[in-house]
Ligand binder design. Structure first.
Ligand code: TYM
Length: 379
């Protein structure tokens, strides 16, 4: 509540999507446009590279869990096709897929309540991505901030990095998802998805609902780097001290908070515009203590920032303990994780193949799609 009064920039309409979570809707897709989004389907994903940090946790995994627990139809993917837009060591990548799955499960995602799968094991994503790419312009993609930012650091820019948002749109549309819970950094990618859905519907006839962006309506939608509070906490930051991984050991967590960049005022109060560093620490503290920001500020009166950093570190260590225990237990059960992913992929294929059939029919591929099923049935 407090956070909402602090932010002054124009915020899109807020709707309550469950009792304990509040999300905002993207204003580029008004609620009643194109379809009334009933029944709702939630789709989201995470790249398997690097370990989950607190930003991923509060911006994505925690909202996923809230949606799962309120009985929503939730589909989640480990976005491994996305992660090869930049070179990956194959051995590390397959281990990272297992580790990311174990992390998500350890955070409370329940594979019996949601569909959890590995993106590359469902071929429809790549297929639909090609089709959507044919409705999208180079100009539209080259204006996306994430592309501009990433490509500016590279001498040779892979085509995959450029096409990445189209693949993300295909992920979402292949399931006719109506809602996409993400952190604020993914905002423009979901807007592109909305545009591509509209474009497809206009050209070929109505097929896709226009998906809404769900972004947690508070400061957690963009946790900041501990080293530079003007940047988001990110897996790709070369300095590991910039983020708290869910798997960090207690002494690492203490050290990282000790080194967290704040400012020259020693008092603890919340002002994200003028004091982004301390405010980021307060946001983190609020998540792990389940207290609101006002309460934290009241309780922290009299502490200087050094003492406060140590207090936040202790609270984070305590909070992460059960997640870490579960993670290590799950990771030792590789067969169980693979079974979850296999089962998830089977269910995901069933849904997305139905969408692909409809897409192909609309485009005029009907002969080839009928022909394909004929061939398959004879094999
Ligand atoms: P990825 O793997 O970079 O991040 C996963 C999720 O974590 C959120 N996030 C944050 N939230 C708050 N504060 C932060 N500092 C922070 N850093 C990351 C991200 O917004 C994201 O929700 N392209 C996506 C993965 C993807 C996807 C999809 C998402 C692939 N297909 C379809 C939704 C729908 C990505 O790279 O997320």
């Amino acid at each position: 509540m407090f956070a909402r009064t602090i932010f002054s920039r124009n915020r899109p309409k807020i709707v309550s999507l469950s009792n304990d979570a509040r999300f905002k809707l993207s204003n580029s897709a008004p609620i009643n446009e194109d379809c009334d989004h009933k029944p709702r389907r939630i789709f989201s994903g995470i790249q398997p590279t690097g370990s989950v940090h607190l930003g991923n946790y509060v911006g994505a995994i925690l909202p996923w869990k809230k949606l799962q627990d309120s009985g929503e139809d939730v589909i989640l993917e480990i976005a491994d096709l996305h992660s090869i837009t930049l070179p990956q060591d194959p051995k590390n990548l397959s281990q990272s897929i297992l580790e990311m799955t174990a992390s998500i499960l350890a955070c409370g995602i329940n594979a019996e309540k949601v569909i959890l799968f590995q993106q590359s094991s469902v071929f429809t994503h790549a297929e639909l991505s090609w089709i959507l790419g044919c409705t999208c312009t180079i100009a539209r993609l080259s204006h996306l901030p994430a592309f501009k930012e990433k490509s500016s650091t590279l001498k040779d820019v892979p085509v995959g990095l450029f096409l990445y948002p189209v693949l993300q749109a295909a992920d979402i549309l292949a399931y006719k998802a109506t809602h996409v819970p993400v952190g604020e950094d993914q905002w423009q990618h979901i807007q592109l998805t909305q545009d591509l859905a509209k474009m497809f519907n206009k050209r070929y006839g109505k097929c896709f609902p226009i998906p809404h962006t769900m972004i947690t309506d508070n400061v957690y939608s963009r946790l900041k780097s501990l080293r530079d509070p003007n940047k988001k906490m990110s897996k790709s930051d070369p300095d590991p001290r910039s983020r708290i991984s869910l798997l960090d050991k207690p002494d690492e967590i203490q050290k990282k908070f000790k080194k967290a960049v704040t400012d020259f005022t020693s008092e603890v109060y919340f002002d994200p515009e003028r004091r982004p560093g301390v405010s980021n620490l307060i946001s983190i503290h609020s998540i792990v203590s389940n207290k609101d920001i006002m309460e934290i500020c009241r309780e922290s009166k009299g502490l200087n920032t050094a003492q406060y950093k140590s207090l936040v570190a202790d609270a984070v260590i305590e909070y992460l303990k059960p997640i870490q225990t579960d993670y290590h237990r799950l990771l030792s059960e590789e067969a169980y994780i693979l079974e979850i992913l296999q089962n998830g992929a089977d269910r995901a294929k069933e849904i997305s193949c139905r969408t692909m059939q409809e897409v192909k029919d609309k485009i005029g591929f009907s002969y080839s799609s009928k022909n394909t099923s004929f061939v398959t049935s004879r094999i």
